[in-house]
Design a protein around this ligand. Structure first.
Ligand SMILES: C[S@@+](CC[C@H](N)C(=O)[O-])C[C@H]1O[C@@H](n2cnc3c(N)ncnc32)[C@H](O)[C@@H]1O
Length: 286
């Protein structure tokens, strides 16, 4: 699992190997910090944010100890991001769909806010998530009021053994990410199809970087955010682009920051949150 991190390499095989060794050494798990977050840590009350820069000091909202989704699920969406979206773009009893539901964060937030949640995943983690491929969602056209998705960002997390998992497709592979982006275009097409006209969609994603891919004409950077936004724009109307600050708690456990400085790469500091609307025009946002 390497989400948010970076690989190694660059400049010949020996340099590659040396870099990889160095980064492995630097990013070894450090001992637990001396001052872990105290059990009585009070989360600030959640209010609707008014700017396009979003930050909150916890993955979950509510009283200390409350969780939405599964806190141990690698790659879970911060629940407060979904809370912000549902507060703004949905009403009570609205149908909220998540075609890549993971640990069920979207379902829990929808329930908290009195919305109806419908979640699908290739590898359902709990009984209220239906097994389905997000490229072919078993829901009629125009039924949903809101669709949210936090897709795999390239191949950083091993979500399941299902060969159809989009997390097995690299956004910077030999094919230039073709298979990944083609699959995501199908997912986005399904989100558009199941939404009612006027319904909103949220796509939460980060760019990616792998130093091991930085060879020849490849910089190792995968601008997944901009690529997916342009795919969204083929169908949807843009509502806004939000920058969500990543907490990166895992990066603090190793010397990732030192590795980033020495290896001259950047760690991901933010996720994009694209907010879109299904307009009246037939499948085109232009
Ligand atoms: C980033 S996680 C979603 C996290 C989720 N929002 C949460 O808070 O737990 C991405 C999910 O996409 C699922 N997935 C990957 N390919 C899929 C596909 N073709 N159809 C449906 N789900 C897929 C994975 O199984 C994984 O659960």
């Amino acid at each position: 699992v390497r989400r948010g991190g970076g690989g190694a390499g660059g400049g010949g095989e020996d340099a590659d190997r040396a870099n990889r060794e160095r980064i492995r050494e630097l990013t070894k798990k450090a001992p637990p910090r001396r001052n872990p977050v105290p059990a009585h840590f009070e989360r600030p009350p959640l209010r609707v944010f008014t700017t396009t820069l979003w930050e909150y000091p916890s993955q979950h909202y509510g009283p200390a100890g409350a969780v939405q989704g599964d806190p141990n699920y690698v790659g879970a969406t911060p629940s407060w991001v979904i809370w912000q979206l549902l507060q703004r773009y949905t009403r009570e009893k609205d149908l909220v769909v998540d075609p890549m539901c993971g640990s069920g964060t979207t379902l829990d937030v929808a329930r908290d806010l009195g919305r109806r949640g419908l979640g699908y995943d290739l590898a359902p983690s709990r009984p209220d998530i239906f097994r389905a491929d997000a490229r072919k969602v078993p829901l009629e056209d125009g039924k949903a009021d809101f669709a949210f998705v936090d897709p795999p960002y390239s191949t950083h997390v091993d979500y399941s053994d299902d060969p159809r998992c989009i997390g097995k497709l690299s956004a910077g592979g030999e094919d230039g990410g073709r298979a990944y982006y083609d699959s995501m275009a199908l997912v986005i097409g399904e989100m558009w199809r199941v939404l009612r006209v006027g319904g909103h969609a949220g796509l939460y994603v980060s760019d990616s970087f792998e130093k091991a891919r930085a060879k020849g004409g490849n910089t190792g950077f995968m601008p997944i955010g901009f690529e997916l936004f342009s795919i969204l724009r083929e169908r949807f109307e843009p509502v806004d682009v939000i920058c969500v600050v990543r907490q990166n708690a895992k990066l603090a456990q190793g010397n990732w920051h030192k590795a980033a400085e020495e290896g001259n790469f950047f760690l991901r500091g933010f996720n994009y949150l694209f907010v879109m609307r299904k307009g009246k025009a037939l499948g085109t946002g232009h």
